[in-house]
Design a protein around this ligand. Structure first.
Ligand SMILES: [Zn+2]
Length: 114
C-alpha cells in the first residue's frame, strides 16, 4: 500500500526531529502533498494513526495540504496550475509544458503540544 510506506517515512522523519529537539509531546504534523504523488489524504491519515497508535505520537493529527500541479510553458513562458494532469498550455495551446510543482511531499511544520 502506497500510503502506508509514505506514512511510515513521515513517522521516521518526525521521530528524528523530535529526538534532535528533545520534544516529547506533539499536537500535529502538517504536510504538503503534490497532486502528482497520487496520495489519498484520508488513507494517508488513517495509516498514520495506525502506525502511531502505540507510540508517543498516538493521537497526533496529520494535516494534509494538497498542492496543485504547476506548469511552465516552454514556448510562451505561461505559468499555470491545474488540479489535473495538463497536456497543453492554456495560453498558446502548445504541448511543450514542463511540470514545476506537484511532485513534492514535504513536512511543512510540526506543532508541539503545550
Ligand atoms: Zn504557452
Amino acid at each position: 500500500m502506497h500510503e502506508m510506506s509514505i506514512a511510515q517515512s513521515i513517522v521516521d522523519i518526525v521521530e528524528k526531529e523530535l529526538a534532535s529537539h528533545g520534544v516529547e509531546q506533539l499536537k500535529a504534523v502538517n504536510i504538503a502533498v503534490g497532486k502528482w504523488a497520487a496520495v489519498v489524504p484520508e488513507q494517508l491519515a488513517f495509516c498514520f494513526s495506525m502506525i502511531t497508535t502505540d507510540t508517543n505520537m498516538a493521537g497526533v493529527t496529520l494535516n494534509i495540504r494538497e498542492v496543485l500541479l504547476g506548469y511552465t510553458c516552454s514556448i510562451c513562458g505561461e505559468e499555470f496550475t491545474s488540479g489535473e494532469m495538463a497536456i497543453v498550455c492554456p495560453k498558446c495551446g502548445d504541448t511543450s509544458i514542463a511540470l514545476t510543482a506537484g511532485r513534492e511531499l514535504t513536512i511543512e511544520s510540526i506543532e508541539v503540544a503545550d
